[in-house]
Write a protein that binds this ligand. Sequence first.
Ligand SMILES: NC(=O)c1ccc[n+]([C@@H]2O[C@H](COP(=O)([O-])OP(=O)(O)OC[C@H]3O[C@@H](n4cnc5c(N)ncnc54)[C@H](OP(=O)(O)O)[C@@H]3O)[C@@H](O)[C@H]2O)c1
Length: 253
Amino acid sequence: MLGCMNIRNEAVLVTGASRGLGKELARALAGRGARVVMVARGEDELARAAAEIRAEGGEAHGLAFDVGDKEAIHRLAGAAAALVGPPSIVVHNASTLGPVPMPLLLDTDCEDLERVLAVNLVGPFRLTKALAGPMVLRQRGLVLFLSSDAAVSAYPGWGSYGVSKAAADHLARSFAAELDPVRFFSVDPGEMDTRMHADAIPDADPTTLARPADVAERIVTIVARSGASTNGARLAAADFPALDARGTGGAAA
Ligand SMILES: NC(=O)c1ccc[n+]([C@@H]2O[C@H](COP(=O)([O-])OP(=O)(O)OC[C@H]3O[C@@H](n4cnc5c(N)ncnc54)[C@H](OP(=O)(O)O)[C@@H]3O)[C@@H](O)[C@H]2O)c1
């Protein structure tokens, strides 16, 4: 089991890593010596993000794939393992809101709901299946699903996205029940100043939102202390203070 996890040299895969939270998480983990594979669709933005992290001395590789594309998942898993070895830490961070402005459910096309579920739920499910084998064999590994407040509270217009996140929360719980001691958590990052937030709520005041880099540091604490949380739990990043240079911080959940 992962108790106090040493991030150095771990093989990590982060989806949605070309900007926003995913990029900062890739940076934070690579900065602690992890060997990181970064995934997103847009090749140029992804290549720039990986190059930035390499320039800071981290190991980072960009793989341009769509996590909602059924045909892509096994190629992605194989390419990631070829680059850094079988990932022992997987972060399902890539996500779509669906069409914006976000329609009410009765105005939502079934195909749009299907696409949201394909990216936010079925893709992470398929990728977990493709990557979990070595974790189960080694009896160690950690899989995080980025969640949202919309998974537990209902807001008009957030139905498709909220349903996908609620289902992903339960996917994490169910995998944990079946594959313990491999660890699975869903993580609510809180509201952050990112493109996704601007797409969803264009008139929000960015100064009221968390910086993705700060939230990434809190998620590093979740990773480092993953042995201390109940397997399958839904965690709030806000409850996990960033670790200081000595690896200490506030109380672990
Ligand atoms: N921002 C918030 O306030 C907030 C609040 C609660 C939860 N969250 C969750 O936090 C996570 C990160 O969000 P964020 O705000 O950082 O988003 P963001 O800035 O919009 O970044 C999204 C990332 O995901 C990639 N991506 C999107 N669709 C993809 C697909 N089909 N396949 C592969 N990569 C894909 C994007 O690159 P490409 O477009 O090039 O693929 C980008 O790298 C998400 O799971 C989100 O639901 C965010």
